[in-house]
Design a binder for this molecule. Structure first.
Ligand SMILES: [Zn+2]
Length: 362
C-alpha cells in the first residue's frame, strides 16, 4: 500500500517519509506528485509505530476490573487522541495494518478489539507519572476551591514542568502584540495601556487578584474580540513591542506534540489533562463567574512562573488560543516591563458579529 507525507500530520513521520525522497501517487489520500511511502518495500515507519502500539493492551489481556470507559479501538485512539494522521479512522485502520503487518499477524486483537493503557489502573504509576496523580481535574478544582489552596498535593509539579517543556517556545525581541481598552473618543495615552497597577488587578484565568500580568493578543481584531467591544464603543488599541528575547509556554502547540520523540506512555496518560488545562485557561470570563472559579488555572500559571532551571531558563508568559476570535491567540506576560507600548490608536466599532450555540430548550 502506498501512502504519502500528506496522509500524516505528525512532523516526525512526515520527516521520515520526506527523507526517503520517493515521489509518486498516494493510494490512500490520492495525492499526486507527493513524497510517498510504500508499505511493501519501506520499513522506516515500522519501529516508530510498533513502539507506540506497545503502550496499548487489547481488552483480552487487560485485567477484569479495567474501566470500560477507558477502552477504544486503535483506529479511534489514533484518530481522536493523537494528531498523527490526516485521514479518517477507517483509512487509518487499513494503513496501520499495512505499515505494521508483522505486528498485525502476531496480535490482530490490538487492531480489531478495544484497547487500553494498562498503567491507567496502576495507582503507583499514576502517582509518579500523571500531572494529577490519581485524581481527575474536577477533584483538583474542588480541592483548591474548598479545601487546600496554597499547598495542594494534587498536582505532580515535576511532571507538569517536564510536559510544559515540550511546548516551550521562544518569542523574539521586536515582536509586536496588542492590547485594547474600551475608552472615550479621546482614547487613553500609552502609559495607561499596560497592566493595572500592582494590587489593583482583578482576578483573571491566569493572574490572581492583585497580581498584574499584561494580557496581549496577536492582532487588533483578536484584541477587539477579547475586550468584548460593543457596537459604537470607542476602543483604544495599544501596540506593544517586546524588548528582549523571552520563552513562553505555548498551549496552542499541544496538538503538535509528537508521540514519536519518546515518552509516549507518559504523554498518553497526560494528554487529556494538558488539553483540559489549556481549554480552562482559554475559557472566556463570564459575568456569572465567582472569584474562586479562576483558582485552578491561576495555580497552574503560578507554578509555570515559578519554574527556574539551573541554567537560568525560566518562562515569561503563557500563550493560549483565543476562544472569542477563532484565528487569534493571547499571551499573558508575567512581567509587563518586558514590553513597551509604542503606539496607541482609537477605533470606533461599527458593528459586531454574534456567534452562538443552543444550550437546549427550557
Ligand atoms: Zn496520502
Amino acid at each position: 500500500m502506498i501512502c504519502c507525507e500528506k496522509c500524516f500530520r505528525d512532523s516526525e513521520i512526515k520527516g521520515i517519509i520526506r527523507s526517503l525522497n520517493n515521489m509518486g501517487h498516494c493510494e490512500v489520500c490520492n495525492g499526486k506528485d507527493v513524497y510517498i511511502y510504500d508499505t511493501e518495500s519501506n520499513n522506516n515507519l515500522v519501529d516508530s509505530f510498533n513502539e507506540l502500539l506497545g503502550i496499548y493492551t487489547p481488552v483480552t489481556s487487560l485485567p477484569k476490573g479495567f474501566p470500560r470507559e477507558k477502552l477504544s479501538l486503535l483506529k479511534d485512539v489514533l484518530y481522536d487522541k493523537w494528531n498523527i494522521f490526516n485521514i479518517d479512522s477507517e483509512k487509518i485502520y487499513t494503513l496501520m495494518k499495512n505499515i505494521c503487518n508483522e505486528k498485525y499477524e502476531e496480535s490482530p486483537e490490538l487492531f480489531d478489539y478495544p484497547i487500553g493503557i494498562l498503567e491507567i489502573s496502576d495507582e503507583n504509576y499514576l502517582k509518579s507519572n500523571s500531572i494529577l496523580k490519581t485524581h481527575e481535574w474536577e477533584d483538583f478544582v474542588d480541592e483548591i476551591k474548598t479545601k487546600n489552596r496554597f499547598h495542594t498535593k494534587y498536582i505532580n509539579t515535576d511532571i507538569l514542568g517536564k510536559l510544559c517543556s515540550y511546548i516551550e517556545r521562544p518569542l523574539s525581541k521586536g515582536k509586536r502584540l496588542y492590547r485594547a481598552r474600551i475608552s472615550e473618543e479621546s482614547g487613553f495615552p500609552s502609559d495607561k495601556m499596560g497592566a493595572p497597577p500592582p494590587g489593583k488587578a482583578s482576578a483573571g484565568r491566569v493572574n490572581p487578584l492583585g497580581i498584574n500580568y499584561l494580557y496581549l493578543a496577536d492582532d487588533r481584531v483578536t484584541t477587539l474580540n477579547e475586550v468584548r467591544a460593543g457596537a459604537y464603543d470607542y476602543v483604544t488599541i495599544g501596540e506593544f513591542i517586546l524588548k528582549e528575547d523571552i520563552t513562553l509556554i505555548d498551549f496552542t502547540l499541544l496538538e503538535q506534540i509528537s508521540p514519536f520523540t519518546g515518552g509516549a506512555l507518559q504523554l498518553a496518560i497526560n494528554m487529556e489533562h494538558l488539553k483540559k488545562i489549556s481549554n480552562e485557561i482559554a475559557k472566556p470570563l463570564r459575568r456569572s463567574d465567582g472569584p474562586l472559579d479562576y483558582l485552578p488555572t491561576q495555580y497552574i500559571a503560578d507554578f509555570i512562573k515559578s519554574i527556574k532551571y539551573e541554567d537560568g531558563k525560566s518562562y515569561e508568559g503563557i500563550k493560549y488560543k483565543s476562544t472569542l476570535y477563532q484565528e487569534g491567540y493571547n499571551i499573558a506576560v508575567f512581567d509587563e516591563s518586558l514590553f513597551d507600548c509604542v503606539e496607541v490608536c482609537v477605533y470606533d466599532v461599527k458593528g459586531i458579529e454574534y456567534r452562538y450555540n443552543s444550550v437546549g430548550d427550557r
